[in-house]
Design a protein around this ligand. Structure first.
Ligand code: SF4
Length: 685
């Protein structure tokens, strides 16, 4: 055991894990991080942290952290200087661009990086590479949330802040294992429910911890969300529970909407979803009448072939009942990663520029700002880039902080696609599953080793502060991008001396954050956008008198499309994938901390009845097989899942459950359907 003693100093920064965005006080002694505590002054976490934020920070000192640039030669990684690595990437990119054109290159950005770095990555793709093939990890988590909110209300972010949790009288949590994936917020909701201050509806096929606290737990069959929410709307309309005044003043499309939901009676919904009709009725009444009501949702809502439409439905429910534009009400997507809200806004999108504005209508403005002609053709998103690599159309890919192989579905196809690339550059802290197909590895600094900002799930922009110097030769991503731009001959277009410089350019590009300066963040703490004026307070509740789309919003009726992954005799189970308390996403950080001791491997939850029928004991290894692939994982017999449903975690490369997951995607946002795959499960001797 190493004992480092009491810190000499404390630095306030933002948690590198989930979208709650808790603020940390990080203790430093002799230039080394030795402790992390919750910041006492944070309005976000109010003195709390979860097991990840508080204890899982020592990955930065992991023995296997990559601290020097690497180039792969004859299948072996070779350490090189920064100049050689950057020179190599630049010359390969130039060759590929000259031979195949800008459509052959792409950039993918994970949420590990700051807002400033996300902005620069998108700018690099558009200005230097001349392509709109740029996307973020939001594609595989919350793109439907951003798209749905933007399509219907005009702003792709939460309508209220976390402060409003205390004002809500009803909270509906949809597809979110809140106490494990957003624990600090989960805890707040749990306490309010326990104290009787809020009524709680949980919509989830699993009996998660938060479901234990619910007044109504609607345990629907995976993939039947559309039917359930249409039935709730049906009850609200047929029982006269809509907010007539609000709808008359601010909502269009009621008749058309009624035509669609009329057939989705609670009895019909019971047959499809498995949720008792009476339970649907009572939950709908509660949401509509015990106001203000807030809806929180996670990936259980978005990761479906109708993911974007499910978000439309949640917004429909809020519009029908006047639960938007008011304190304590609203719509709150619990963004998974620390800065995925930032990626949605900073321009890492094939069809949108910074500020999440459409490419076509804003081209000229950004041409002026950036001083170059921009490619007007929409690019490929992350899913399309992998497909293009498979076809041989995409030749080069730069990935900032994302393990594409681990995180995309149908892993076998993803691997084949990436193996065809002529150049794959990873910018990261550790080798990951994607490394085996990479040609160059550029070592990135952790968030404790750089300055910048993150945006959390409630739209709050918070400072990331440098606690220690970057380890080894690692560099912050913003500096790596600038070096690459210079080597490509675009140094004059990337003259920034600090992340604050970059942020000030973002302020000039996106009026919603003009009023948020580094100096103000220092003085006032994190601020939600929009904060357009330097002296103005932030707008915490959106859409108060009018929506961003205008005075009135339009309801969007959604018809149910069953998933192609229906259980069959050969594949009788429905697999849901997800995350646990102790690990974060693909686990590359938490697996290198003490959390790994607590939970060293992935598991699959199977019901007692199914386990008995299959002769599977608790802790047995099982093979999970779908039409797309198979994985071996340890079984956990659980009362959280019902018969015919299984739930597997996604954090460990040894299991790699994404070998099994179907490649079906949402037709609007292209998010993969991680929550519904037909599988069979067999004990492995
Ligand atoms: Fe970090 Fe999220 Fe835990 Fe807060 S709740 S400490 S942001 S992982």
């Amino acid at each position: 055991v190493l004992i480092y003693g009491w810190p000499d100093s404390w630095v306030k920064t933002t948690c590198p894990y989930c979208g709650v965005g808790c603020e940390l006080d990080v203790g430093v002694k002799d230039g080394r991080i030795v402790d992390v505590r919750p910041s006492r002054t944070s309005v976000v976490n109010r003195g709390n942290l979860c097991v990840k934020g508080r204890y899982a920070w020592d990955y930065i000192y992991s023995q296997d952290r990559v601290l020097r640039p690497l180039i792969k030669v004859n299948g072996e990684w070779r350490e090189v200087s920064w100049d050689e690595a950057i020179g190599f990437v630049a010359s390969r990119l130039k060759e590929i661009l000259a031979k195949y054109g800008p459509g052959s290159v792409g950039v993918l950005v994970g949420a590990r990086v700051t807002n400033e770095e996300e902005y620069l990555a998108g700018r690099f793709a558009r200005v230097v590479l001349g392509t709109n093939n740029v996307d973020s990890c939001a594609r595989v988590c919350h793109e439907p949330s951003a798209q749905g909110l933007e399509d219907m209300l005009g702003t792709g972010g939460a309508t209220n802040t976390f402060e409003d949790i205390d004002l809500a009288r009803t909270i509906m949590v949809v597809g979110s294992n809140t106490t494990e994936n957003h624990p600090v917020i989960g805890n707040r909701i749990k306490l309010l429910a326990e104290q009787g201050k809020v009524k709680l509806i949980v919509v989830d096929p699993r009996r998660t911890e938060i479901a234990e606290y619910a007044d109504y737990h609607l345990a629907l069959r995976p993939g039947t969300d559309v039917v359930l929410f249409n039935a709730m709307a049906n009850v609200i309309i047929s029982e006269g529970l809509i907010d007539r005044e609000f709808v008359a003043e601010r909502v269009d499309g009621l008749e058309e909407f009624e035509d669609v939901v009329r057939n989705y009676t609670p009895e019909f919904a019971e047959r499809i979803t498995g949720v008792k009709a009476n339970l649907i009725r009572e939950a709908a009444r509660l949401y509509a009448t015990n106001r203000p009501s807030m809806i929180f949702w996670g990936l259980g809502a978005t990761e479906h072939i109708q993911g974007t439409e499910i978000i439309y439905q949640l917004i429909d429910l809020a519009l029908l009942t006047g639960n938007v534009g008011r304190p304590g009400s609203g719509l709150m997507p619990l963004r998974g990663k620390n800065n995925v809200q930032g990626t949605a806004i900073m321009g890492d999108h094939p069809k949108k520029l910074p500020g999440s504005v459409p490419l076509a209508q804003n081209l000229e403005r950004f041409e002026k700002l950036w001083g170059v002609r921009l490619n007007p053709n929409p690019g490929l998103d992350g899913i399309e880039m992998v497909d293009a690599a498979m076809r041989g159309d995409l030749k080069a890919l730069i990935v900032f902080g994302e393990d594409v192989v681990m995180s995309h579905p149908y892993r076998e196809m993803t691997e084949r696609a990436l193996s065809k690339l002529e150049l794959l550059v990873l910018v990261d802290m550790f080798h990951n599953e994607t490394s085996r197909y990479a040609h160059v590895f550029l070592p990135a600094a952790s968030s404790f080793e750089k300055e910048g900002t993150f945006t959390n799930a409630e739209r709050r922009i918070q400072r990331v502060r440098k606690v220690i110097e970057p380890l080894g030769e690692s560099l912050p991503d913003w500096q790596i991008i600038i070096r690459l731009a210079k080597a490509m001959g675009y140094g004059d277009y990337f003259r920034y001396s600090s992340p604050e410089d970059v942020w000030n350019e973002i302020r000039s590009a996106w009026p919603a954050v003009y009023g948020i300066t580094y100096e103000r963040l220092e003085r006032e703490g994190g601020l939600p956008y929009p904060t357009p004026g330097l002296d103005a307070p932030p707008v915490k509740v959106l859409h108060v008198n009018q929506f961003t789309v205008g005075r009135r919003a339009r309801l969007r009726p959604v018809a149910y499309i069953p998933s192609p992954e229906q259980p069959t005799e050969e594949y009788p189970f429905t697999l849901i994938t997800g995350r646990t308390l102790y690990h974060f996403n693909m686990g590359s950080m938490t697996r290198r901390t003490g959390d790994q001791v607590i939970e060293p491997e992935d598991f699959i939850e199977i019901s007692e009845d199914d386990a008995r029928a299959l002769g599977i004991g608790d802790g047995d290894m099982v093979r999970v097989t779908s039409r797309w692939g198979s994985a071996v994982v340890r079984a956990r017999i659980s009362r959280r899942v019902s018969r015919g449903t299984a739930f597997a975690t996604v954090h460990h490369p040894e299991a790699s459950i994404n070998y099994v997951v179907s490649p079906a995607v949402d037709r609007i946002s292209h998010i993969p359907e991680y929550k519904v795959t037909a599988v069979r499960i067999e004990r492995v001797s």
